[in-house]
Design a protein around this ligand. Sequence first.
Ligand SMILES: NC(=O)c1ccc[n+]([C@@H]2O[C@H](COP(=O)([O-])OP(=O)(O)OC[C@H]3O[C@@H](n4cnc5c(N)ncnc54)[C@H](O)[C@@H]3O)[C@@H](O)[C@H]2O)c1
Length: 322
Amino acid sequence: MKKKILVIGGSGYLGSKFCEYNLSKNYIVHCLDNCIYRNRYSILQLKKNKNFKFIDFDIRKKYHNKISYSAVVIFAGLVGDPITNKYKTLSKKINIEGIKKIINFYKNQNIRLIFMSTCSNYGFVKNEIATEKTKLSPKSIYAKQKILIENYIISLKKKSKFCPTILRFSTAFGLSLRPRFDLTINEFVLNAFLGKKIEIYDHLTWRPYCHVIDFCKVINNFLNLDYKKVYFNIINVGSNKNNFRKIDIAKRIKKIIPKFDYIIVKGSKDPRDYRVNFDKLSNLIGSKPFVKIDFGIKEIINFLKNQKNPKKFLKYGNYFIK
Ligand SMILES: NC(=O)c1ccc[n+]([C@@H]2O[C@H](COP(=O)([O-])OP(=O)(O)OC[C@H]3O[C@@H](n4cnc5c(N)ncnc54)[C@H](O)[C@@H]3O)[C@@H](O)[C@H]2O)c1
């Protein structure tokens, strides 16, 4: 029987790539989303595939679904520090209450569930490279909400039937049907391409990065792994080789786009600073080649070169809800 996957938040940046990836594997993909940013273009494209179905639904509502799936993958939420700060009450309703409704619906079913968490949970890690055992030090509402759900899932061990896995993602880069240009690499490349000077705050702070396609591959690896290996497990997703400081990224982009103009600004806008270790991931799925950031930079440049109006992408991100 064909694999049938439910992708919650599948019209977003990472979710739409994940839907596309699984459709290319000939799986049946149901995407549940309310397109909170009016991000329906991805759905229009995905709908061209007969194995795709869109469920227009807001996870704040009472959830019910009679269809049985091989796995449920949760991407949905208000994603990022700025948007969760801007819409505090709404983010609580979606990122905590809404996500709990989905988890509560599936917790007593014999099903695999993957919850997308974030390496942002590490927040600030000095003199250490964070492993899954490192004490979390969230610096934002967004990360605190992710940790709350992580803890909620873990609290269900021995009280439930499902098989959940928590993946802590690095910061993404690369393209999808709903690209976001409010994330460091994508944002820097877009501005460099447009010849816009940018200010770089916290230029010495570290973060791990991961290409969108690698997230898709890793999630699918997890869906196929032995039950015991993924059951209530928490895993960082990314590559040891893709930890960078913001300044390293700016310099790499400048090598490729010499006109890139930026200034280093003193003072801090974002206290997060963390390097992450991904050995647990490679021990589970084997060591895979991860996309290097230079590839991602060139991929975005080529994409922008083919756009009639690349400036429009300055608005592509989680900035405001219409
Ligand atoms: N993008 C990254 O760098 C990154 C890094 C770490 C973790 N993550 C996690 O990956 C997931 C996806 O992130 P993304 O960058 O694709 O974000 P995104 O904002 O592009 O996608 C989120 C999706 O959730 C949907 N959504 C929001 N509220 C909803 C609601 N009430 N009901 C139904 N759907 C709703 C949105 O419409 C959107 O399609 C998130 O859980 C995020 O925390 C992302």
